[in-house]
Design a protein around this ligand. Structure first.
Ligand code: FAD
Length: 295
């Protein structure tokens, strides 16, 4: 069940990220997506944790039902937003009693309309504090934490961000998953810096297949990542032709993943946005190219 064990025993490790839907249509879509993707036998899937409200309880429900129904190890994301330590403790106990053993431990973003993160009363300011707290409960979770090849937006400097990453790992994070990026050089140089800082845990690249032109701007602004000019230009040329755009972007993502794996990335974590098609095509082709290379 533990993702860190998978990462030790088997590579590459492939995983899918979902978010808990807000309505019935979204639930049906995610159910269908999981049905479509399960044939690809992911090593694990993860379910994000909302900024607040009713979808938070859904994270636990989806993680439990994916594990129980499909026997796929699943990871629940958890943030420090809006919860004091006793509430976090009871969430952890509930997850544990449901058989959930993997948690992505995050600080979370400030609520909409607010620019700075304010720790809740009796809560945590940073992810490393949440991680230390989870370790102090004695519940035997495998913990993931977030890493930023292009530096987290609020970090005063890259060096400070790296020191924070080290604090998270020293506190007990077993592995890292990166924010999405499109330029592999950013990942490779980041991993060099991570290793030079004495961080030894796996750094799994988080990759998002592009499926629509308008997505690009939205996600790069949100995630603060650069998108290569050549990619923007070629996608702009076909932006009104959905099929051509999909083909071009699939080709780009496939090559991006091939290079990551051939140069030592431990796996790929796909940000699926609850859609199956692009991820299914890429992973299927990727698996074939990885096995052809090994033959
Ligand atoms: P932290 O590691 O706490 O870092 C936050 C900022 O504080 C950084 O700028 C860091 O450099 C700085 N910092 C940390 N410690 C200190 C210190 N001691 N002194 C000064 N500065 C410090 N969000 C959700 O709401 N739900 C999700 O499910 C979710 N899943 C995610 C999954 C992945 C793989 C990633 C990459 C991000 C995810 N996010 C999610 C977004 C995440 O919550 C935001 O990026 C958030 O702003 C930072 O979270 P963190 O855990 O990286 O924070």
């Amino acid at each position: 069940h533990r993702i860190s064990d998978r990462l030790k025993k088997k590579q590459p490790v492939f995983s899918f990220e979902f978010f808990p839907p807000k309505n019935d249509d979204g639930e049906r879509l995610l159910m269908q997506t999981i049905e479509d993707l399960k044939a690809l036998e992911p090593d694990f899937v993860s379910v994000t944790y909302g900024a607040g409200g009713s979808t938070r309880a859904k994270t636990r429900e989806w993680v439990r039902s994916i594990q129980d129904r499909y026997a796929i190890p699943a990871m629940a994301h958890l943030t420090c937003v809006g919860s004091g330590r006793e509430e976090i403790r009871s969430i952890l106990e509930d997850l544990y009693s449901d058989g959930i053993r993997n948690i992505m431990a995050l600080r979370g973003d400030p609520p909409k309309g607010e620019t700075a993160f304010v720790a809740p009363a009796d809560g945590f300011r940073y992810a490393n504090e949440l991680i230390s707290f989870i370790r102090s409960t004695g519940l035997d979770f495998c913990l993931g934490a977030a890493a930023y090849p292009e530096v987290h937006g609020e970090a005063p400097s890259a060096a400070e961000d790296l020191r924070n990453l080290k604090r998270k790992v020293d506190a007990g994070a077993d592995f890292l998953v990166t924010q999405l990026f499109f330029d592999n050089e950013k990942y490779f140089s980041f991993v060099d810096q991570v290793r030079a800082a004495g961080i030894e845990v796996p750094v799994v690249p988080g990759i998002m297949p592009i499926t629509a032109f308008k997505q690009i701007e939205r996600f790069t602004a949100m995630a603060g990542c650069a998108i290569p000019d050549s990619l923007v230009k070629s996608l702009a040329g076909v932006q009104d032709d959905a099929e051509a755009l999909l083909n071009l972007s699939l080709e780009f993502t496939l090559r991006q993943c091939e290079e990551l794996l051939s140069k030592g990335a431990p796996g790929i974590h796909f940000y699926t946005l609850n859609q199956s098609r692009a991820t299914a095509i890429i992973l299927d082709r990727l698996r074939r190219s990885v096995s052809a290379e090994r033959r």
